[in-house]
Design a protein around this ligand. Structure first.
Ligand SMILES: Cc1cc2nc3c(=O)[nH]c(=O)nc-3n(C[C@H](O)[C@H](O)[C@H](O)COP(=O)(O)OP(=O)(O)OC[C@H]3O[C@@H](n4cnc5c(N)ncnc54)[C@H](O)[C@@H]3O)c2cc1C
Length: 386
């Protein structure tokens, strides 16, 4: 049977896979549970490897016109003390830099390209299960319809139905972190914005168990400033204390959390932002990513913790690599090589948080310890009594 691929989910992984399959001359259809509309959401970092994938799709000019790429990262300790400035050693070539971009802008760029390439995207198609036999695989949708293909790729994100059916014993677990994602307009912020934030730099505000990341994320749109706050929590917060709060209540909480530590522009940015709260969940590494004619990619497969800053880069890398393997091999070998070759990369990214979990912040109460850069968990209170 010719390869006819059913892609479940039109997020970053699903759309970029469809574009690479088109390049490889392989037929596919994308099925998306939501209706078509411009997406809302916050912004994220895409690392150099992910930007290179977008470059391979011929999208770099559009990405450059809709993103921000800093040259330096400034780490700000409480009392606005600048602790460290890191030169990010960015390339002069935009296609090889790490960037910050609104998720909605990246989705628009990918959807416009999918339209240009005449990729078939079916909206309002929520897959509820799949069935497979020796020759084909069938996706069954909530509206009573179904679609038959030779292979099915689950690119259906964190709460993946494809993963739940394929690996039912692997459930999402709380990943010890809450996060708030904010977007603000530089035109609405009171007081002068740091010119470095508006031109060359991104800022990490760090203290024990809390981190704020603030960056420009668009050269000229209304919401041009983005931030993420995250913090370590042993146990998940109850709904009424976090997800269920109003935006104003969340702002009050976060302003209270920082009031003794950072004054100046940070409170003003938070006050004028729209905010999305999110408690972070993940799954343990899966025993495999495929089962006969089905495979999972992106967040469905790895639930990359957003505190690593790698989720969307991994989704882009997965899409390109799987399409390349499917172009070059029969599906069994393609799935085998995809899993084998990507494992080391995914393990190293997931392992990042074991050595340095940014949501734990940095405790500057006893000064700055250079050991944080080794990835070790340094106790700032450590002393030897004689
Ligand atoms: C608010 C927020 C902030 C984030 N910040 C960062 C960050 O700073 N850095 C970073 O790297 N990553 C970040 N991430 C994560 C990043 O967005 C994901 O890791 C990345 O988008 C993975 O893409 P994906 O295509 O695998 O999944 P998704 O983007 O989740 O796409 C899955 C798609 O599948 C669809 N779908 C789901 N179920 C079904 C079904 N049953 N049938 C049909 N369709 C279905 C969904 O509607 C969705 O369109 C953030 C995520 C969020 C939500």
């Amino acid at each position: 049977m010719r390869k006819q691929i059913l892609i479940i989910g039109s997020g970053i992984a699903g759309l970029s896979l469809a574009l690479f399959l088109k390049k490889a001359g392989i037929e596919c259809t994308v099925y998306e549970s939501r209706p078509y509309k411009k997406q809302i959401g916050s912004s994220f970092r895409i690392n150099r490897s992910g930007v290179q994938v977008l470059n391979s799709l011929g999208l770099i000019e559009k990405v450059q016109n809709n993103s921000y790429s800093a040259d330096r990262l400034r780490i700000i300790a409480p009392k606005n003390i600048e602790a460290v400035t890191i030169n990010l050693m960015q390339s002069n070539n935009y296609g090889e830099r790490s960037i910050f971009i609104q998720r909605s802008d990246l989705m628009e760029i990918l959807m416009a390209k999918a339209k240009e390439e005449e990729i078939n995207i079916q909206y309002n198609k929520k897959m509820i299960k799949y069935t497979q036999n020796q020759d084909s695989i069938t996706a069954v949708f909530e509206d009573g319809t179904h679609a038959v293909g030779s292979l099915l790729v689950g690119a259906d994100g964190l709460n993946s139905v494809t993963r739940q059916q394929t690996f039912p014993m692997h459930i999402l677990k709380y990943a010890n972190s809450w996060a708030l994602y904010g977007a603000a307009s530089s035109k609405e912020i009171e007081g002068p914005l740091n010119p470095l934030l508006m031109s060359k730099d991104e800022f990490f505000y760090l203290k024990k168990n809390v981190v704020f990341y603030v960056s420009k994320s668009h050269p000229n749109s209304h919401y041009d400033i983005s931030w993420q706050a995250s913090g370590y929590k042993e146990r998940k917060l109850p709904f009424q204390d976090f997800d269920g709060k109003t935006e104003n209540q969340l702002k009050e909480d976060i302003l209270r959390m920082i009031e003794d530590d950072w004054d100046g522009i940070l409170p003003s940015i938070i006050s004028s932002s729209k905010i999305i709260p999110k408690q972070i969940f993940s799954i343990d590494p899966l025993p495999s990513l495929s089962n006969n004619r089905v495979i999972i990619i992106g967040d469905a497969a790895h639930t990359i913790n957003p505190n690593t800053g790698y989720g969307s880069s991994v989704a882009l890398e997965d899409a390109m690599y799987l399409a390349k393997m499917l172009r070059d091999y029969n599906f069994k070998d393609a799935f085998y090589y995809f899993e084998f070759d990507r494992k080391k990369r995914i393990d190293s990214i997931n392992g990042l948080l074991n050595s340095f979990d940014i949501s734990r912040g940095i405790d500057f109460s006893k000064g700055f310890d250079i050991g944080v850069f080794s990835g070790a968990k340094i106790d700032p209170e450590y002393t030897i009594e004689w």
